[in-house]
Design a binder for this molecule. Structure first.
Ligand SMILES: CC(C)(CO)[C@@H](O)C(=O)NCCC(=O)N/C=C\S
Length: 209
């Protein structure tokens, strides 16, 4: 998990290890049931390290047993910070990650991010995010929510921040409605992560000289 160990070891014996760190944010859309599949597909990408930050609502849609990486939630922030000298988890996480992927981004968290609300671990990481690093988001919500005019405004706001949208798709949603609002397919999401990583220089300390 994201401890502050050195980013890479390079010695005669061991080649430079180029781990690229992806922090997955998961929120309370029913599409969060795809988290185990998404994490397992990300772990198939060579040299990728994955950690997850979950909201409380998202926990209803997956079992931590099916997520074989470090999974942070709000209580971890409270546990970790007891006194002034203690680390601040959302700041540790913004430093640790090279790329952030919010999948799914539900209507509630979309609204929070668009207006700078940061009332949990995930929104605090995003609020503190270093915008020189890529942040990808996958909206997912009921069609009626998607079609509300506030959605376009708030997605536009996130794009103005420089965040990259992986657009939702039209499907027969789990609630029976047919239309836009379904999270992009996991294959689409993983493909976009690969594309963005291929365009990025590795962090300097991974690629000295
Ligand atoms: C869950 C999944 C991935 C199954 O294909 C798909 O329905 C979806 O992305 N739904 C997210 C939209 C949503 O949150 N609907 C909430 C009420 S309809």
């Amino acid at each position: 998990g994201p401890q502050m160990e050195p980013r890479a070891t390079s010695s005669a014996a061991a080649p430079l290890r180029r781990q690229f760190r992806v922090l997955v944010g998961v929120t309370g859309s029913v599409a969060a049931l795809k988290l185990p599949l998404l994490v397992s597909k990300l772990l198939d990408i060579p040299d990728l390290e994955v950690a997850v930050v979950t909201t409380e609502r998202a926990k209803h849609f997956y079992s931590p047993r099916d997520v074989p990486v470090t999974l942070y939630s709000d209580a971890d922030e409270w546990e970790m910070w007891k006194r002034r000298s203690d680390p601040v988890l959302h700041i540790d996480l913004r430093r640790w990650a090279d790329l952030m992927l919010v999948a799914p981004l539900d209507a509630n968290t979309l609204g929070k991010v668009a207006s700078g609300i940061c009332d949990n671990l995930l929104t605090c990481v995003i609020r503190a995010w270093d915008r020189s690093k890529p942040l990808l988001f996958c909206p997912a919500m009921n069609t009626a929510m998607w079609e509300h005019p506030i959605t376009e405004q708030q997605v536009g706001q996130l794009k103005d921040f420089g965040y990259i949208e992986i657009p939702c798709v039209a499907k027969k949603l789990v609630c029976g409605d047919q239309g836009l609002g379904a999270m992009a397919e996991v294959g689409t999401i993983v493909g976009k992560v690969k594309e963005v990583l291929s365009q990025r220089q590795l962090p300097a300390e991974l690629n000295p000289g």
